[in-house]
Design a protein around this ligand. Structure first.
Ligand SMILES: *[C@@H]1O[C@H](CO)[C@@H](O)[C@H](O)[C@H]1NC(C)=O
Ligand SMILES: *[C@@H]1O[C@H](CO)[C@@H](O)[C@H](O)[C@H]1NC(C)=O
Ligand SMILES: *[C@@H]1O[C@H](CO)[C@@H](O)[C@H](O)[C@H]1NC(C)=O
Ligand SMILES: *[C@@H]1O[C@H](CO)[C@@H](O)[C@H](O)[C@H]1NC(C)=O
Length: 310
């Protein structure tokens, strides 16, 4: 038994001789070497240490740095401490079977019951794994590979953008989608949704929402104005310092970055919660409904100083 294990370890070591340099660290030790020991303490608690140290394994670990762990919200930390199921899910989401390279955009299976996605952006070069930026890719180990992440991959995707929009704070968005008969738009692959909350809809001029509900062609255009084909995470937008995104109704959205990179705005609306992972892309929550620029201009015309009673 011992001999078998030793031969196994020897084969694993030999098979990972990369470019003439023998790699001796397993993925656990490699993540430790790369300064991800806080993540490893969660690995320990989740009972996955043995797996990550197993020389017969062939795993890819997406290891968030200690800084990334320190940036987790207190609610997430509390769940990690008190909910073993959640802990295991979150850690497993950061581990994949086999060698998962991060050089090509696509989805891959994780050890959690959900897929993760790689998005490779150019100009500037940014690679994200389910929205979390890769800091140091392709660290070869004796039983796999480690990619170091800037942020914890959270939240785990739970359904599509439509599933997310059927949640509590989006009842008006969901009503509008249903009324316009375009719920299927939110089930399409590879999309970015800017999701206005109920509060955002309530901030429309009085009567505007019910007027929209009665004008399906216009309502459809307004809804499409919140949808972008392609998955655009904030890491890319921030690295680029903003971008012009094309919506599904052919308009554009001017995304800007403010507050030293802390605040993301889209056509003046503030992104109050960025990078919500969904199975078919990403959702960014916004505080204002994004009216297509045509009707937006109409409002501005109405507000010309010459019309104002001073
Ligand atoms: C624990 O986490 C699981 C998985 O995320 C979740 O379904 C469950 O509701 C959580 N339990 C509690 C008590 O929060
Ligand atoms: C690890 O898995 C990859 C597939 O993801 C495979 O190509 C490779 O040969 C495996 N390596 C070992 C040592 O089993
Ligand atoms: C981005 O990646 C491309 C292709 O890999 C490379 O040619 C280019 O130099 C990179 N740019 C920067 C700023 O790293
Ligand atoms: C986008 O908004 C920024 C900030 O308001 C502005 O400087 C920039 O000119 C706008 N870009 C376009 C193409 O409208």
């Amino acid at each position: 038994m011992k001999t078998v294990l030793m031969i196994g370890a020897l084969i694993a070591t030999l098979s990972s001789v990369v470019g003439g340099l023998a790699v001796v660290r397993n993925v656990y030790a490699e993540a430790d070497f790369r300064g991800c020991d806080k993540f490893l303490s969660f690995v320990d608690k989740a009972g996955l240490t043995k797996t990550l140290k197993d020389p017969r394994e062939n795993l890819t670990v997406f290891a968030p740095t200690d800084v990334a762990i320190a940036q987790l919200g207190s609610d997430v930390v509390k769940s990690l401490e008190t909910n073993a199921t959640f802990l295991k899910q979150l850690v497993s989401f950061h581990v994949a079977k086999g060698l998962q390279l991060v050089s090509v955009t696509g989805v891959f299976s994780t050890m959690a019951a959900t897929v993760a996605r790689v998005d490779v952006y150019t100009a500037p070069n940014v690679t994200t794994i389910s929205g979390s930026e890769v800091l140091l890719a392709d660290n070869a180990a004796s039983n796999g590979m480690v990619h170091v992440l800037k942020r914890v991959m959270y939240p785990l995707p739970a359904g599509t953008a439509l599933t997310y929009s059927s949640g509590n704070s989006f009842s008006m968005l969901f009503l509008a989608l249903t009324k316009a008969g375009v719920t299927s738009l939110l089930k399409a692959p590879d999309l970015t949704l800017f999701a206005p909350t109920d509060h955002a809809f309530q901030r429309l001029p009085a009567g505007e929402f019910s007027e929209l509900l009665g004008d399906i062609p216009r309502l459809t255009k307004v809804l499409q104005n919140h949808l972008v084909s392609g998955v655009v995470f904030s890491a890319y937008l921030k690295a680029k310092g903003g971008d012009i995104l094309k919506t599904q109704n052919g308009h554009t959205l001017n995304v800007t970055v403010a507050g030293n990179g802390a605040i993301l705005q889209v056509e003046g609306a503030t992104v109050t919660s960025a990078d919500i992972n969904v199975n078919n892309g990403v959702v960014h929550v916004i505080d204002t409904v994004l009216m297509p620029s045509v009707s937006y201009r109409r409002y501005q015309d109405n507000e010309k100083p010459s019309f104002r009673v001073v």
